[in-house]
Design a protein around this ligand. Structure first.
Ligand code: GUN
Length: 294
């Protein structure tokens, strides 16, 4: 039987409506609008699209957006100066420095300089530590989006074997951490998985993947997960966005895998829209947290 296609756009829209209401309530109560500052260094076309989409989402949910475009030859010192300004700006609830930064700039140095209470990407070691201890202040946007898709599609993680393919700081590692926790923002049934992380040095990856009830592909290789790697009836979440000669595709070979999986996310229109909406949620959380700690 062919898989159910999980409609990330529709799920994101639903969450966006919920956030829009929460933003309006916060703004009415506090008298100030949450604000997101986005910093874009250089001219990378994909990054420009991502940042524009984030700005548009801000407009839709009622979050103020502050755009800072810097030339590709910006120095680390220049960027640190801007981050310090944004840290001190009361109108800025959240700060997002779009990655990748141009070569030559130490990414870690810049991301570590963001005030952890404004770190809406959840990249700062302080916030990563809180996630790993199961007491998050923010949740990393893409893994949180994956959990929302599973939860809102009625796919429980508790007691299941989840295989995460990829060990990146942005997706793979935090995804594994969140799935193995005892609880989550979507309840305990969305957590409590038995988690295996596979990566580029894992031998027998197809064999391991075939034991998964839930596969999360985040390895950055076009159509890497093929039907022979998927147990019949498994749920498959594709986090990949790869630009190939024949257009955009995910890390999953969609056409073959949809024949064996019970549920699958498409690319585009799967996880991507959720990432942006979870960023909006983190910006609202930041504003709420800052208002409560003045
Ligand atoms: N570039 C690709 N994904 C991301 C993300 O989630 N956050 C930021 N800041 N940059 C990115």
């Amino acid at each position: 039987m062919a898989a159910t296609i999980l409609d990330g756009k529709a799920i994101a829209k639903q969450i966006e409506l919920e956030i829009t209401e929460r933003v309006a309530a916060f703004t009415a109560k506090s008298g100030s609008q949450p604000g997101l500052a986005a910093v874009l260094v250089g001219e990378d076309p994909a990054s420009q699209v991502y940042v524009r989409n984030k700005q548009r989402a801000c407009e839709r949910v009622g979050i103020a957006s502050f755009m800072h475009r810097l030339p590709a030859n910006t120095t680390a010192e220049g960027l640190l100066k801007l981050v310090a300004q944004l840290n001190a700006d009361a109108q800025v609830s959240g700060i997002l420095v779009q990655l990748p930064l141009p070569g030559g700039i130490d990414q870690t140095l810049i991301l570590d300089a963001i005030d952890p209470s404004k770190d809406v990407d959840c990249f700062h070691p302080h916030n990563v530590g809180l996630v790993s201890q199961g007491r998050p202040r923010f949740l990393p946007c893409t893994p949180h989006g994956v959990m929302q898709i599973l939860h809102r599609s009625g796919i429980a993680a508790a007691g299941k074997h989840a295989v995460v393919i990829g060990r990146s700081e942005i997706v793979g590692k935090p995804m594994a951490m969140m799935l193995m926790q005892k609880d989550s923002t979507c309840g305990s049934s969305a957590a409590n998985a038995t988690v295996t992380v596979c990566h580029s040095r894992t031998p027998n990856m197809p064999e391991i993947c075939r034991t998964a009830d839930i596969v999360i592909a985040a390895i950055g290789k076009p159509r890497f997960v093929t039907a022979d790697m998927v147990k019949p009836g498994a749920a498959v979440i594709d986090v990949g966005i790869n630009r190939t000669e024949d257009g955009l595709c995910g890390d999953v070979d969609f056409d073959s895998v949809k024949q064996v999986a019970s549920a699958i996310t498409p690319v585009p229109g799967g996880v991507g829209p959720l990432t942006i909406v979870m960023l909006m949620e983190n910006t609202l959380r930041a504003a709420e947290w800052q208002a409560g700690n003045d």
